[in-house]
Design a protein around this ligand. Structure first.
Ligand SMILES: Nc1nc2c(ncn2[C@@H]2O[C@H](COP(=O)(O)OP(=O)(O)OP(=O)(O)O)[C@@H](O)[C@H]2O)c(=O)[nH]1
Ligand SMILES: [Mg+2]
Length: 461
């Protein structure tokens, strides 16, 4: 039993009135020595491989009265209202697919002026440009600074092999701006211009994704929260849309393209989970955009498009997925999109960028400083240095001895061979002299035996 457990008040003996409105809470106590308890939870282990979570005991207790942290969400709410929100999203798709109209429909205002119907034979823009439109909008006192980034000219050229380049450059440059701002000494005024989402408009062909769609999505899916939509879905029948959606999803899966899917969390209620599942089942959203009002079924004016065969209501879930797209992009998951951008996509980009610059994480930089440990570390380092020097000196000495030995062996061998050579020479001379001696002796013996041969003696010498 820990000291704290042993000093727990006997709740049962106290007046129950004191514990009205009290909730059970978890109290976290660090166990072990006081030193261990004082160690921050983000300290690293001895080899600096990562944070070590200290062992904790969790004791369930009752609050003695109102503390007030249940009010924290309200504090957040007040702060958020004061600060306002910002949201930046890209709209990408071939021209004339209804991008500007959809943005106007989403935010219910003319962010983009209505264009006159374009002459299809008019020459198309061949180079991709980046254009941004910003607006401060307010709904029920909540302020939103909105930035829509458009890429007119995308997919319009005959050869679109690099039409995604300006878009990728724009996404990267917004990440870079943020990275630069983060490294400044004063970081209190960082403006988040990162791209929080990219809505990709797919032409309503009813077939499947085009090579440009696949290539583009593969180029950006690791950098942005990708949301594919089927543009102008009122030009397709319900069955065509269902088949088209299936084929698009098949392509997305086989190509390994990551699209943004709303997440569910452990504590989500059933309603939220169901709504999320319903939202997922509509991906890719088949959208229709229009800010024009038409007369609806019950005579009310509704936003939609009128056709000889009837009207299509933009805000009617049975007519198209516009409401679902708005739910994902703004109503339910705007904060999620911002968070995924900051915590996942930007983090990945940042890590990659710093690695490419040759920067590696130094775990020792923020390590706790303990003089004893530091002294020990320095001693160990010093000893290691001495041992290294000793080893180096020994190896130099050994090397020198070996060299000397080799030299001696070499000169010994030379002496031996010279000695052998001399000996052979001398032996040869001895043999020659012996031969001459024998010859001389033979000739003098012959002369004595035969004096007539004395004349030939001269020839021998
Ligand atoms: N049938 C139908 N037409 C639409 C829809 N949305 C827009 N349009 C029409 O399509 C035309 C082009 O719409 P825009 O919103 O300008 O298209 P855009 O993609 O922004 O075109 P660019 O700016 O040239 O790239 C306009 O005449 C719109 O009225 C839709 O959902 N269905
Ligand atoms: Mg446009």
């Amino acid at each position: 039993m820990t000291a704290l457990e042993s000093h727990q008040p006997d709740i049962s003996s106290e007046s129950s009135a004191n514990y009205e409105n009290c909730e059970t809470v978890k109290e976290t106590i660090r166990s072990g020595t006081p030193q261990a308890a004082a160690t921050p939870s983000n300290s690293t282990d001895a080899n600096g491989s990562g944070p070590v979570t200290p062992e904790v005991n969790i004791i369930r207790r009752k609050l003695n009265g109102y503390v007030g942290f249940a009010n924290l969400p309200k504090q957040w709410h007040r702060k958020s209202i004061r600060r306002g929100f910002n949201f930046n999203f890209f709209i990408v798709g071939e021209s004339g697919l209804g991008k500007s109209t959809l943005v106007n429909t989403l935010f219910n205002r003319e962010l983009y002026p209505q264009k006159e119907v374009r002459d299809p034979s008019a020459e198309k823009q061949t180079n991709v440009k980046i254009e941004t439109v910003s607006a401060d909008i307010e709904e029920n006192g909540v302020k939103l600074h909105l930035t829509v980034i458009d890429a007119p000219g995308f997919g319009d050229a005959i050869n679109n092999s690099d039409s995604w380049e300006p878009i990728i450059e724009e996404i990267n440059s917004r990440f870079d701006q943020y990275l630069e701002a983060e490294t400044k000494i004063n970081r209190t005024t960082i403006i988040d211009n990162r791209v929080h989402s990219l809505v990709y408009f797919i032409e309503p062909t009813g077939h499947s994704l085009k090579p440009l769609d696949i290539t583009f999505m593969k180029k950006v899916h690791t950098k942005v929260n990708l949301i594919p939509v089927i543009a102008k879905s009122d030009t397709l029948t319900e069955e065509e849309i269902a088949d088209f959606k299936q084929r698009i999803l098949d392509d997305i899966n086989t190509q390994g393209i990551n699209i943004f899917r709303p997440p569910t969390y452990e504590k989500d209620d059933e309603e939220t989970i169901l709504s999320c599942q319903e939202l997922m089942s509509r991906i890719p959203f088949a959208v229709v955009g229009s800010t024009d009002e038409v007369s609806g079924k019950d005579g009310n004016n509704v936003r939609g498009r009128a056709y000889p065969w009837g009207i299509i209501e933009v805000d009617n879930e049975d007519h198209c997925d516009f409401v679902r797209l708005r739910q994902l992009l703004i109503r339910d998951y705007l904060e999620e999109l911002r968070e995924t951008t900051a915590k996942k996509l930007y983090e990945n980009y940042r890590t990659e960028k710093l690695r490419n610059m040759g920067i590696e994480q130094d775990h020792s930089v923020f390590k706790e400083f303990d003089p004893l440990v530091k002294q020990q570390e320095e001693k160990t380092l010093h000893e290691a240095k001495l041992a290294k020097m000793e080893a180096e000196m020994k190896s130099v000495f050994d090397q020198k001895v070996t060299e000397k030995e080799k030299k001696l062996q070499k000169s010994e061998a030379e002496l031996f061979s010279r000695h052998k050579e001399m000996k052979e020479k001398l032996l040869k001379q001895v043999r020659l002299l012996e031969e001459k001696k024998t010859a001389l002796e033979n000739s003098s013996r012959n002369m004595l035996d035969n004096p007539s041969q004395q004349k030939s003696r001269k020839r021998i010498f």
